[in-house]
Design a protein around this ligand. Structure first.
Ligand SMILES: Cc1cc2nc3c(=O)[nH]c(=O)nc-3n(C[C@H](O)[C@H](O)[C@H](O)COP(=O)(O)OP(=O)(O)OC[C@H]3O[C@@H](n4cnc5c(N)ncnc54)[C@H](O)[C@@H]3O)c2cc1C
Length: 499
């Protein structure tokens, strides 16, 4: 490649979404990635022993099916998504669980006295899911395209994000089932950001399901790299960009880095006011990741958990709220919230025959150095006696070390910026176009910008479309697969390593 039009720093889902969009518009694009492998938070690695494949970060992908970018890109034609009957389960105790099925009516049936209340909460969102997605995955600072749905969604967020949250449900099961999803967004509960994201995710569970990609989250990144390479793009791994001097001359540079890293790289070319705003952008509490290679399936005491690929543990609503409050106070919770994915229940590429891989993470304070491996193992043993005997290997990444695998996750903050009410509006600055920076041609395209964390590619798509219009006078390109195109997984030979 002799001359370039655009450089993307970072090959996470947002960086790749940006690169694909630019390349599809006919530009010459290069992606520079610090790590040795592509995909950022969408990577699946051999963490050992041989034959086990673990998702390093993301594992479960309702947003990949729902995202307007991925729909345009026809991701579901490029990656095999396995959509389980059970979207997610909540283990209230070792013997009691609540289940959210893909099917809303079946979920309501299972919730007994709270069935009607659950259906009443979700039916209007599921029926208008495209409008809800538009609200959740686009810029907040605008007049909503569907005001009636916006009001319905807003009222529900206000209810579940405030002290009114206990009015709707009578049973511990329904309360915990929803709170387990709200807790995906790290923060005190009840709160508007946790409820907003939780209601979107739970509604997606009924509208599109909570799919597991065959081959792991890596398949999503690979599908984008495949498309990028076909359209003349290029990816180089092992390049950690530290200054603008490391970059070739181009008309557009897109940062799939944290806001803080972009500030350090661009430095004084940014005006002082913008640098102050980036300096005020706050990083949130963290995730401590623990993966297991198992010689057999998890022997859950509750048989319903044996067939649920995604499980939340952490007790009832009050216990979950207490645990997240403790994290917000800088403490490791006495009774931690645990997210569990059992991908090998539905995907035979993740473990040798008869064996299983198990993905978990738990919430801890920002930068927490504690290895949570033993705590997580003990918790799983209490829900599944005999679990410990199945452990062939355990791989634990404390929050303080998550950034050693992906520099965006400062102190374990998997949002690359806390998801608070303020920082949903100011991400990282208050602007109808928060992806644009004051330096012409420099854009922020990571989850440090709108709409925030998740494998949806939306920040990258927004930033790339802005760059196309502002720097090249080009319209957004079509992203769909051509009728005759087939997807091939990029091999080692396709990705260049730093010379
Ligand atoms: C433990 C965990 C579990 C998660 N689970 C889910 C889930 O189940 N579902 C879901 O939707 N989301 C999940 N997420 C969130 C999701 O992974 C992220 O929100 C998403 O990957 C963000 O995409 P991104 O492109 O903005 O950044 P990233 O995916 O973080 O990619 C950023 C890339 O930039 C590179 N980079 C950074 N700095 C530099 C530099 N200076 N030079 C060159 N390269 C650089 C990094 O190495 C990385 O490859 C999870 C995250 C974590 C950590």
């Amino acid at each position: 490649m002799t001359s370039l039009d655009a450089v993307v720093i970072g090959s996470g889902p947002n960086g790749l979404a940006a690169a694909v969009t630019l390349a599809r518009a006919g530009l010459r694009v290069q992606v520079l990635e610090a790590e040795d492998s592509i995909g950022g938070g969408s990577r699946t690695l051999d963490l050992g022993p041989s034959g086990f494949r673990h998702d390093l970060c993301s594992a479960v992908h309702p947003m990949a099916l729902a995202s307007p970018f991925f729909r345009e890109f026809e991701l579901a034609r490029r990656v095999e998504f396995i959509v389980p009957d059970i979207s997610f389960a909540h283990g209230l105790s070792p013997t009691t669980a609540a289940l959210s099925y893909r099917d809303l009516a079946r979920t309501a049936d299972g919730l007994g006295p709270d069935g009607r209340a659950w259906a009443g909460l979700f039916a209007p969102l599921v029926e208008n899911i495209d409008a809800v997605i538009d609200l959740g995955l686009n810029q907040l600072l605008r007049i909503p395209t569907h005001p009636v749905v916006a009001v319905r969604y807003g009222l529900r967020v206000a209810e579940q994000g405030s002290l009114l949250w206990n009015l709707r449900f009578r049973t511990a099961a329904a309360r915990a089932l929803l709170t387990g999803v709200n807790a995906h967004t790290l923060g005190r509960m009840p709160s508007l950001p946790t409820a907003g994201a939780g209601l979107l995710l739970a509604a997606l569970g009924h509208a599109v399901g909570w799919p597991i990609p065959r081959g792991g989250s890596q398949s999503i990144a690979d599908a984008m790299v495949d498309d990028l390479l076909r359209h003349g793009g290029d990816v180089v791994t092992g390049v950690r960009v530290q200054s603008l001097a490391d970059l070739p001359e181009t008309r557009a540079t897109l940062f799939d880095t944290s806001a803080r890293a972009m500030d350090a790289i661009v430095g004084e070319r940014f005006p002082a006011g913008y640098r102050r705003a980036l300096g005020r952008f706050r990083y949130g509490n963290g995730a401590a990741k623990v993966d297991f290679a198992l010689s057999g399936p998890v022997p859950w005491r509750n048989p319903e958990l044996r067939c649920s690929p995604t499980i939340h543990l952490g007790g009832d609503r009050a216990t979950l709220a207490r645990s997240e409050w403790e994290v917000s106070r800088g403490r490791i919770p006495a009774s931690p919230y645990l997210l569990v994915s059992q991908p090998s229940l539905v995907d035979d590429t993740r473990a040798p025959h008869g064996a299983h891989s198990l993905w978990t993470y738990t919430h801890v304070p920002q930068g927490c150095e504690q290895d949570m491996g033993q705590v997580v193992e003990d918790l799983l043993e209490s829900y599944a006696p005999g679990f410990k005997d199945l452990v062939v290997a355990r791989n634990s990444i404390p929050a303080s070390r998550l950034s050693h695998h992906d520099a965006n996750y400062i102190g374990g903050d998997f949002g690359a910026g806390a998801v608070t009410l303020t920082q949903l509006v100011k991400r990282p600055v208050v602007s109808p176009r928060p992806w644009r920076t004051p330096v012409p041609g420099i854009y922020l395209c990571s989850s440090s910008s709108v709409p925030g964390p998740g494998v949806h590619g939306m920040s990258g798509w927004h930033a790339a479309r802005l760059a196309l219009a502002e720097r090249f006078g080009l319209e957004p390109p079509a992203l769909a697969l051509h009728a005759t195109e087939t997807v091939t997984r990029p091999g080692k030979r396709d990705i260049r390593e730093r010379a």
